[in-house]
Design a protein around this ligand. Structure first.
Ligand SMILES: Nc1ncnc2c1ncn2[C@@H]1O[C@H](COP(=O)(O)OP(=O)(O)O)[C@@H](O)[C@H]1O
Ligand SMILES: [Mg+2]
Length: 273
């Protein structure tokens, strides 16, 4: 990997309000080239607003941001050339096959060898077997993977993934995680948003926690863990066995409520506990 530790994304004191509502209250962040950065926060934290500003879909009220070295305010066209954006809802065409979707996108982006690029991406995202099936028959995870594959056409150096796994089942989430890991392995810079700590933990080199329009913590997973007070005792909750459950029922109801229970058997079950 050619990590020059140049900045792929930077934001400084970014503010954005919608009417009276302050969505971003001074956001600072930097993302090094070729790394995965997770913006973690609950619904309404301002994650999509950050992504929209960085992808030039929204203008800031104050502050500055650059993507791939271009200022989003003064060079929006250069920023758009440098990025792809995949939203929470897959933008694939259900009527077309996976391969047709990729070829369509390749033609829209005027990339040469659309068929070859489509086949390479299908292989990279484990969609070769489903390539000639209509997307309507795909699982949620397959659609999202196809969506991510489409976003790679033209090799944008920076990719924004806004809640890439929201709404997916556990298997679909793992598939998409693998696709995102694969992306970063090829040197693409990824900024993803998520509501899930485990997703950030799985994928991200650095994690920023966005809360009410401010970044309240920012660092590697190890750094963030150090912010927590050290755990002194680890309490592991033991799942009861069927026998435990049985004994608890027998012990609780005992001889009183169960006429079939003999006087001799109840004390025995208590002794065994
Ligand atoms: N176009 C808009 N008009 C008014 N309020 C908005 C608009 N977009 C976002 N907001 C508000 O800004 C806040 C942040 O929204 P958003 O960035 O979508 O959060 P997230 O993606 O973290 O769920 C929310 O309170 C949301 O309701
Ligand atoms: Mg959002």
């Amino acid at each position: 990997m050619t990590n020059t530790s140049a900045l792929a994304i930077s934001a400084h004191a970014v503010r954005k309000s919608f009417g009276d509502h302050v969505a971003l209250d001074g956001v600072d962040l930097t993302v090094t080239e070729g790394t995965i950065f997770a913006l973690l926060g609950p619904n309404g934290a301002g994650k999509t607003t950050v992504v929209k500003i960085l992808s030039t879909l929204l203008k800031t009220d104050a502050g500055t941001a650059t993507v791939n070295g271009f200022d989003v305010a003064t060079h929006p066209a250069d920023v758009r050339e440098s990025i792809s954006l995949t939203g929470q809802f897959a933008a694939v065409d259900e009527i077309l096959t996976g391969r047709e979707n990729l070829i369509l996108m390749a033609r829209l982006r005027r990339v040469k060898d659309a068929g070859q690029i489509a086949d390479d991406l299908l292989a990279r995202f484990q969609l070769t077997d489903a390539a000639r099936r209509r997307v309507a028959t795909y699982s949620g995870g397959m659609r999202r993977r196809l969506d991510i594959a489409m976003s790679l056409i033209g090799n944008p150096p920076v990719i924004f993934l806004d809640e890439p796994t929201t709404g997916l089942d556990p298997q679909g989430r793992i598939e998409v995680w693998n696709s995102i890991k694969e992306l970063a392995g090829q040197g693409t810079t990824v900024l993803l948003t998520t509501q899930y700590l485990d997703e950030a933990e799985q994928l991200a080199d650095r994690i920023a926690i966005l809360h009410q329009g401010r970044i309240i913590a920012n660092g590697t997973l190890a750094e963030l863990k150090q912010l927590l007070p050290p755990a002194k005792v680890e309490y592991v909750e033991k799942q009861p066995t069927l026998e435990d459950v049985f004994l608890a029922i027998v012990g609780a109801t005992g001889t009183d409520s169960d006429p079939a229970m003999t006087a001799a058997s109840a004390p025995t079950s208590k002794e065994q506990r």
